[in-house]
Ligand binder design. Sequence first.
Ligand code: NAD
Length: 249
Amino acid sequence: MPLQGRVGIITGAARGIGRACADAFLRSRAAGVAIADIDEAAGAEAARALDPTGERTLFVPADVTRRADHDHVVSRTLERFGRLDILVNNAGIAGRPGTLETQAEGELDRIWAINVKGVYFACQAAHAHFVKAGYGRIVNVASIAGKEGNPGLAPYSMTKAAVIGLTKAYAKEVAQSGILDNSVAPAVIETDILKQVTPQVREYMVSKIPMGRTGRPEEVAELVVFLSSERLSFSTGSCYDISGGRATY
Ligand SMILES: NC(=O)c1ccc[n+]([C@@H]2O[C@H](COP(=O)([O-])OP(=O)(O)OC[C@H]3O[C@@H](n4cnc5c(N)ncnc54)[C@H](O)[C@@H]3O)[C@@H](O)[C@H]2O)c1
């Protein structure tokens, strides 16, 4: 099994893509999954539902915009499972819909803090541990919006481009330390995040997908499992599309 004995942290895993990743990690025989999410009720419920014995899941309440919360998640994970091999930076928001001239500065700061600083801080918090262990797999959940831009979602598109850039830069910094750091760029995936976009934006995004359908969280999770495993050995800094053919570069 690809993740036999491995332990990972997944941010934003109370629902959606993150929860599907947690489920896929457990099915791939991961020894432990730490679910870090700001939604305490849903996070605790996900941890219980995914492993009713409570042996292989741990919920840690965390706001990814706070650096200290990431240190806490890392230390709780090490305390509970005794190791840390994988970090999936998945927590993110679409933000308020609206064209560029309608977006308030505060909204830009909010989406930047969650979608970009959240990933940066998590990598900082796990860095020393991964370097010491000489092993680490990081998967950052970006978006096709970061490659192509979606009208009506300028702030979101900007943050996801930043996640792709951050992945490339950090991957090169640690390329010889056993840490492989990649991002994924999903197109429209059926989750609660779609409640944050207007029907027009949703329609636009689906119309761009050659396969003519939305994706499922489980489909993204399959790719994330591979990128989180030691089967991945000669790829770092890359952005993997999972977009029904929308992006082919
Ligand atoms: N669903 C899509 O169409 C799609 C497409 C491309 C990329 N993505 C990306 O995938 C990731 C997951 O999205 P999803 O569709 O599963 O969304 P979702 O809304 O279903 O889940 C997001 C999770 O992140 C958590 N979260 C939000 N703010 C947080 C914070 N400050 N600290 C900690 N946790 C926080 C939420 O509580 C929630 O559980 C996001 O980064 C999103 O941008 C989604």
